[in-house]
Design a protein around this ligand. Structure first.
Ligand code: ZN
Length: 163
């Protein structure tokens, strides 16, 4: 009997947490959008938030490394090779903090490129939630093959009143 009660509790808890999770996912994506606005890049502005155990442990937006000029593009409009993508910046911020990315969730406004998808896997991130799809989806394919949960929420501003 005790075991049965425990099982029922778990079921109810999972049901509530899935509704709650969607609300939180959207809120974190809205934060990522806000963070992307801080980018000095003109071609694309991408924001990322890393969350673990309901705590934001890192954030990032695309931009040049510390100490470099803020402009991301050449006078011809091409992106400098040394510009870091938002998720790379968020993961590297983790590297210089006391936090650990293992089993965390990455919220990002644009789906990861191939290069960043490798960093995501190696950082121990277990879930990626994004808004827009990057033109090259091989990064996403790589993450899915690696067993990372990938979810797209196209409109984080769309609020379901029931949730
Ligand atoms: Zn990238």
């Amino acid at each position: 009997m005790k075991l049965l009660c425990k099982t029922m509790d778990t079921t109810v808890k999972n049901y509530i947490s899935s509704e709650k999770q969607i609300r939180y996912d959207k809120a974190y994506l809205r934060m990522a959008l806000e963070w992307g606005k801080l980018s000095q890049c003109t071609r694309k502005k991408v924001g990322a938030i890393i969350v673990k155990d309901n705590i934001i442990i890192s954030d990032g937006f695309n931009g040049t490394p510390t100490g470099f000029d803020n402009s991301c593009e050449t006078s011809e409009g091409d992106t400098h090779w040394y510009v870091l993508h938002a998720e790379a910046n968020a993961i590297l911020k983790l590297a210089r903090s006391n936090n650990c990315g293992k089993n965390s969730t990455l919220y990002i406004t644009l789906s990861p490129c191939r290069e960043c998808s490798k960093l995501i896997l190696q950082a121990g991130i277990k879930r990626v939630v994004y808004i827009n799809s990057y033109k090259d989806t091989s990064g996403l394919d790589f993450l899915i093959t690696a067993g990372i949960e990938v979810n797209q929420i196209e409109d984080p501003f769309l609020i379901n009143e029931k949730l």
